[in-house]
Ligand binder design. Sequence first.
Ligand code: GTP
Ligand code: MG
Length: 334
Amino acid sequence: MVNSTLKSNQSNEEEPPKYRSIEDIPGVGPATAEKLRKMGYSTIESLATASLKELTQFLGEKTAYAIVTEARKHIISVPFMRADEYMRIRKTVEKLTTGSKKLDELLGGGVETQAITEVYGEFGSGKSQICHQLCVTVQLPKDKGGLDGGALYIDTENSFRPERIVQIAKRYNLDPNKVLSRIVYAEALTADHQMYLLDNADAQLKEHNVRLIIIDSLVAHFRSEFVGREMLAERQQKLEKHLHRLMRLARAFNAAAFVTNQVMAKPDSFFADIEPTGGHILAHTSHTRVFLRKSPTPGVKIAKLVVSPTLPEGAEVLFRITENGIEDVPEKKV
Ligand code: GTP
Ligand code: MG
């Protein structure tokens, strides 16, 4: 985990204070703790990466600053670091297997923790299927490509199917009931509800050792509720806040954030080009973007790496969806 590595790197530094709950932070009495919990900050980890601006609105600048600073001390004792130290922290980033070697290779070894990975594509291109697959593989031990953790699934389109999880669990000889019990599921009914769920997720993340946060689909509610130019600014503001919250949780819990997105026709394009929905906010916040499309062969899909902070963009691979979930395409079928 990030925290332990940071601490061990700085063994000659003064040991940060040991807090077990937010009430242990000096200055956080029962009333403040209650307020923080209502805002969705119920763990030291989430407070350490909280937005000061947001806390200030409810607690006043001085208290907010004192609390966040104290929580940060607990997590990260030195805010500045040399690039070689940063490199060591980067090494705490872990990769989660998709079940397809080719798709893992495209992603530089799998879906990264402490980052957001977005897949976008038309209906039936396999977005929700990959989400289901990851909910199972995240539970595998690390030497099998998993993260030995649970998953949180925020579902906006009623796409989640426990039966599908059972099928995929069997592929890995896992006990299906146990696998299901390590997936925390919530259906988001509106955009605000979706934000509320994520804002209040941190206690669940901690309790279930969640290492994978899924939002399927990220933008659908926002698109359907905020229609027209006059609502665009508000929509983008909310979406940005939502994404920042997601990013902070992914960092605090060393979790992989995996989101899906639809496509729309490019409004200003002469050709029949398509692009992911969500606009610039998403383009700037999403770290890795993968475009999925169907191939002429039934069940076989094409994944293209569109944006990546570290990998060459534009590469494409094939994978297929079977009863077992996401798999490589056998050589003879390519
Ligand atoms: P939208 O949410 O509608 O935008 O699509 P999506 O990209 O999420 O599509 P999804 O991941 O639901 O993929 C649907 C495709 O997965 C289907 O067209 C099937 O090819 C495949 N699929 C889904 N379930 C099964 C299954 O149980 N067995 C097999 N063999 N294929 C499946
Ligand atoms: Mg879907």
